[in-house]
Design a protein around this ligand. Sequence first.
Ligand code: OGA
Ligand code: MN
Length: 292
Amino acid sequence: MARTLSIEPLAIEPLAGTSFGAVVTGVKVTALDDATWRELYAAWLKYALLIFPDQHLKRDEQIAFAKRFGPLEFEMAAISNVKADGSLRIEADNDDVMKILKGNMGWHCDSTYMPVQAKGAVFSAEVVPSIGGRTGFADMRAAWDALDGTLKARIETLAAHHSLHHSQSKLGHQTKKKDGEYSGYGLHDGPVPLRQLVKVHPETGRKSLLIGRHAHNIPGLDKAESERLLQELVDFACQPPRIYHHDWTAGDAVVWDNRCLLHQATPWDMTQPRVMWHSRIAGDPTSEAALH
Ligand code: OGA
Ligand code: MN
């Protein structure tokens, strides 16, 4: 089928100065024929982050695009400091949603605290602040590749527990799960997932570091040693040329591979609205399930 709906040809432009990421133009993600879709999916596996300017996706369009990557963990969640009634959340109130927005500012991988970690996410910007509020991404494939052999050998056999209770309480955020407007997603009780520090990508076979703020308590290490190692790994991993911070323009959409990237929000002036939409693509239980 011809790409009848694109005026310009599809162009995939790798980000400059990074190990990952590409900007895709000349395409409307709501109107991808099969050949273009296959090309895009292959580019997604290669670059791990695709950025699509000027998409202005409607809810149904975003969900439909996300579903091309696989079944969804959830269809569409607002990541926003604007309440349902249109008023702004007050930063100093530090309500449960604000705690989650602040928590997102630490490097993390989505849903590693769930039994099955996410495959990825389609994320789009509807309203953006005039300054700040960028989203950072970090390439954990390149981070693994850059580690020295001794450290590689040491961590290859290690695993860590992942929990949102852990990461939120480290910030002094005792998010309650029943009060407030936050759904409590991720704040379940019960077994804490254990995940290997080195993840093999199910589709590319590349190794990457599986770390970030939800990871803690490595079996076999004492607490302080575990904490130190995990922090050391994040500090090393999340540095140029392995990071990219996207400065949003309203209408942008991205899709990231949560099996090999970390991401983080960055601060903005919360007297300004920021409205982002997140469609979470479910991981494959055969490759994204926790060890137990
Ligand atoms: C998320 C997330 C970062 C941001 O939606 O999972 O971490 O920039 N968002 O809002
Ligand atoms: Mn996230």
